[in-house]
Ligand binder design. Structure first.
Ligand SMILES: Cc1cc2nc3c(=O)[nH]c(=O)nc-3n(C[C@H](O)[C@H](O)[C@H](O)COP(=O)(O)OP(=O)(O)OC[C@H]3O[C@@H](n4cnc5c(N)ncnc54)[C@H](O)[C@@H]3O)c2cc1C
Length: 481
């Protein structure tokens, strides 16, 4: 068997693993990804790409491809059936509320099984060694590196400096490393059905992204985009169904949900799954790091699951890259768990809260709106006076550990696009007599900033030098010593 030396071995080629490999390769880190399946996901899962993930896809250079593969989010609708009257439940995110003012990009709807091939191609383009039909069957942490055995078409013995477990909710690596998890199960078994059918007789020109069909106790999700439309039905396993023959019942549920009693849907696949709300007890064990569902699983309400994994990958990749290059010591990698675990706990709790709320009801008192959750995150900063895991992204504090905000410049660019995604960027108000940094330096003064964002600029950058990490998070600010 061949022996391969690499910097990072990624086990699992789902959303989190592919994103990790692409980000690492973007940093020039040698990375080998092993995925046991022959292809990326076939069955639809995540569709909602939140605004933070879109920012990260933008930094990775795949935003346009994701847009071409999906379509704008059309919000959630409540109805008795698809054919019936539609009541708005969650409106589509407006530019002002969730993009536009807070980000240079917007949330989007793109199916996970369409994004994964884009990420796979990007990772390969950037130099990652991506091996499908390849299973990691053994992994040993020697303290100064890991050795893994890969079986299948990419069979090899891999020696890597670090490994990333992106092997999903039932992570075999977590089991092997004896990493427990805490949280609670979510009752019931969910049933997910991918089907093709002409639903225009029910839609009658209306566009639907997601609809709760009360008459059938089922969700209908549009899949693909206008050029290539499929549908997904989400429901629950009824007590009277034979769990071995679920496919025999789902046609009736599709007919009830669509309100088209004569419909003959072409059922492409049926999956059953159980959900839960769990966070791993540790995100690091020696030289192995957990990302994505291996680190946290949550009910699908809010569409946070896959997005949280993408954001884990982004947080971890630049740190692994810096350590592998010799630019930073190993303890930098401990900040991955310190930063991401509290955000995972909060996000899982928020998804659980949403799963308990009746559709159409106002937000619960403890509910944090999705944009605040994904753009207003606050990593621990070392400032004892600062507590709280989120802040209002419309009024950023500029403190270390928060996302450097979107600020529109008079030339129409976003300040986010000035940051180097592979290195630290120092941003200085030219009116400041600050020290010059060894890092890439950007000077942005008040006059360069669009009027509507000058207060935001003043709060974060006015009279200061601010150091921004490769993941777009503020590392240091001389306004926050
Ligand atoms: C119905 C549904 C709707 C959802 N909607 C949304 C949404 O709108 N937005 C959102 O953000 N999230 C959503 N999610 C959640 C999202 O799908 C998951 O969070 C996401 O798939 C997790 O990605 P992952 O890469 O961590 O894990 P996975 O996608 O499970 O990938 C893990 C991979 O590891 C591989 N693997 C495991 N062991 C090995 C091994 N030893 N060797 C090689 N390969 C291995 C597996 O084959 C698998 O491909 C939804 C989930 C469901 C079920």
């Amino acid at each position: 068997m061949s022996v391969v030396e690499t910097d990072v071995l990624v086990v699992g080629g789902g959303l989190a693993g592919l994103t990790t490999a692409a980000f690492l390769a973007r940093h020039g880190t040698r990375v080998l990804l092993a995925e046991r399946h022959p292809s990326t996901s076939m069955h639809p899962k995540a569709r909602l790409v939140n605004v933070r993930s879109m920012e990260l896809y933008r930094a990775l250079g795949v935003e346009d491809s994701v847009r071409a593969a999906g379509e704008p989010n059309a919000g959630f609708v409540l109805a008795d059936t698809l054919a019936g009257e539609h009541e708005t439940w969650v409106p589509p995110p407006s530019d002002e509320a969730s993009g536009g003012d807070l980000s240079p990009t917007t949330p989007y709807s793109c199916d996970q099984q369409r994004i994964e091939p884009i990420l796979r191609a990007r990772a390969v383009d950037l130099g990652a060694d991506v091996r499908f039909s390849t299973t990691a069957t053994a992994l040993t942490d020697h303290g100064d590196g890991v050795t893994a055995t890969l079986d299948g078409s990419g069979a090899a013995t891999v020696r890597a400096r670090y490994a990333v477990a992106a092997d999903g909710a039932h992570s075999p690596l977590c089991t092997r490393l004896a990493i427990g998890r805490h949280g609670e199960p979510v009752e019931g078994t969910a049933v997910s059905v991918l089907f093709r059918a002409d639903l225009e007789p029910a839609l009658r020109g209306r566009r639907v992204d997601a609809l709760l069909a009360r008459a059938a106790e089922a969700f209908l999700f549009a899949r693909g985009n206008a050029a290539e439309r499929t549908w997904q039905l989400g429901t629950y396993l009824r007590a009277e169904w034979d769990p071995q023959r679920v496919g025999a019942y789902v046609g009736d549920v599709v007919r009830a949900a669509t309100g088209l009693p004569e419909l003959q849907p072409v059922i492409e696949s049926v999956q059953t799954w159980t959900s839960g709300a769990y966070v791993a007890d540790r995100f690091r064990s020696g030289r192995v790091f957990l990302v994505g569902d291996a680190a946290h699983v949550m009910p699908p309400y809010g569409g946070f699951g896959g997005n949280t994994g993408v954001q884990d990958a982004h947080n971890l990749a630049w740190k692994l890259a810096a350590v592998c290059r010799g630019d930073a010591p190993d303890p930098l990698l401990d900040t991955y768990e310190a930063e991401r675990a509290p955000i995972a706990e909060l996000t899982v709790a928020q998804a659980l809260l949403r799963s308990r709320k009746a559709p159409g009801r106002p937000p619960l008192p403890d509910q944090i709106d999705a944009t605040t959750l994904v753009l207003g995150f606050c990593y621990p900063s070392g400032h004892a006076s600062v507590t709280g895991l989120v802040e209002d992204p419309a009024y950023p504090s500029g403190r270390p550990g928060t996302r450097a905000p979107h600020i529109e410049l008079v030339d129409g660019r976003s300040m986010l696009d000035l940051f180097d995604p592979t290195a630290f960027t120092a941003v200085r108000d030219p009116g400041t007599a600050g020290p010059s940094h060894a890092h890439r330096m950007r000077e942005v003064g008040r006059e360069q900033v669009a009027r509507r964002h000058r207060n935001r600029w003043a709060a974060v950058y006015g009279g200061r030098t601010v150091l921004v990490r490769p993941d777009g998070v503020i590392a240091a600010s001389d306004g926050w010593r």
